[in-house]
Ligand binder design. Structure first.
Ligand code: KIV
Length: 270
C-alpha cells in the first residue's frame, strides 16, 4: 500500500478545496468534536474538519441527532477551533436551527463567530433560498443530501437513499439546484456509488462522500468510527486504528488512503 504524507503548511481555504476538485486531487475530512483530536488532525494534515451533530450519538449517547442544540454546536465548534488553526472547519447546523432563511442567518452567524469557516445544512431544493441568503452575505455553505439523519423520522430509519431510478434523479436534480444557488460543498451520505459519481461530475462544488462510493472529491468519516470506538460500525467505515496502532497514525493513514484513492474500497460501497 502506498502512503503519501500531507502536511498543512498554511490554512486551508474554500479556494484551496475548489482547486483540489479542479486538479482532481482528493482531500480528507474527519467529523470530530474536541480540541485534542482537532489538533491531531492538523498535525496529520487533514484538510477539512466537520463538527458534526453526530455528537448527539457519539458524545451524548442519544439514538439520533435530534436532541443536539445550537448551544451544543457552538460549544464544540469553539473547542475544535481552539485545537486547530489550519484545517478548514465546517460546523453542522442542528435540527430545526435553519427552518427559515432568517433563522438560518441568525444561527449560522453564531457558528461562524464560534470559529467555523462554513456551516452545513441537510436537505434538498427547499434550501435554495437559504443557501442564497447565507452565501450572498458571506457565509459559505455545505449542503447534505442522500441519507439526512435529521429527517430519520420522516425517512423511517437510517437507510441507503436514491436506490431506484426516480429517487436517484431527484437527488441529482436537487444537487444541481443547490450548486446553482451557491452551495460551496455537498456531503453525499449513503447513496449508491453510481449516483454519487453522476453528482460529482454534474456539479461545480466539491462532493464529500460517506457511504457514497469511491468517486467523490473527498471522503468523511466520524472520528469515533475511524478509531474503533463504535460498537457496531457502519458498513462504509473502517477502523484505521486497528491497522496503525495510534490515533495519530490512524488519522494519517485515513488522509493518505483517501488522497491515494485507496479508501473507500469496494467492500465499503453500496
Ligand atoms: O454529523 C456528522 O458527523 C455528519 C457526517 C456523518 C457527514 O454529518
Amino acid at each position: 500500500m502506498s502512503y503519501h504524507a500531507n502536511t498543512l503548511d498554511r490554512a486551508i481555504t474554500i479556494r484551496a478545496l475548489k482547486n483540489y476538485k479542479a486538479q482532481q486531487q482528493r482531500f480528507a475530512c474527519i467529523s470530530l468534536y474536541d480540541a485534542q483530536t482537532a489538533a491531531i488532525a492538523q498535525q496529520q494534515g487533514i484538510e477539512t474538519l466537520l463538527v458534526g451533530d453526530s455528537l448527539g450519538m457519539t458524545v451524548q449517547g442519544h439514538t439520533s441527532t435530534l436532541p443536539v442544540t445550537m448551544e451544543h454546536m457552538v460549544y464544540h465548534t469553539q473547542a475544535v477551533a481552539r485545537g486547530n488553526t489550519l484545517s478548514f472547519i465546517i460546523a453542522d447546523m442542528p435540527f430545526m436551527s435553519y427552518s427559515t432563511p432568517e433563522q438560518a442567518m441568525h444561527n449560522a452567524t453564531l457558528l461562524m463567530q464560534a470559529g467555523a469557516h462554513m456551516v452545513k445544512i441537510e436537505g434538498g431544493s427547499w434550501l435554495v433560498e437559504t443557501v442564497q441568503m447565507l452565501t450572498q452575505r458571506g457565509i459559505p455553505v455545505c449542503t447534505h443530501l442522500g441519507l439526512t439523519p435529521q429527517s430519520v423520522n420522516k425517512l423511517g430509519g437510517f437507510f441507503v437513499q436514491g436506490k431506484d431510478h426516480d429517487s436517484a434523479d431527484t437527488i441529482l436534480e436537487e444537487a444541481k439546484a443547490l450548486d446553482a444557488a451557491g452551495s460551496d460543498l455537498v456531503v453525499l451520505e449513503c447513496v449508491p456509488e453510481a449516483l454519487a459519481t453522476r453528482i460529482t461530475e454534474a456539479v461545480e462544488m466539491p462532493t464529500i462522500g460517506i457511504g457514497a462510493g469511491r468517486y467523490t472529491d473527498s471522503q468523511v468519516l466520524v472520528a469515533n468510527d475511524l478509531i474503533g470506538l463504535t460498537e457496531k460500525p457502519p458498513k462504509f467505515s473502517k477502523n484505521f486504528l486497528a491497522e496503525t496502532g495510534s490515533i495519530s497514525s490512524a488519522f494519517k493513514a485515513f488522509g493518505e488512503q483517501v488522497r491515494a484513492g485507496e479508501f473507500p474500497s469496494e467492500e465499503h460501497c453500496f
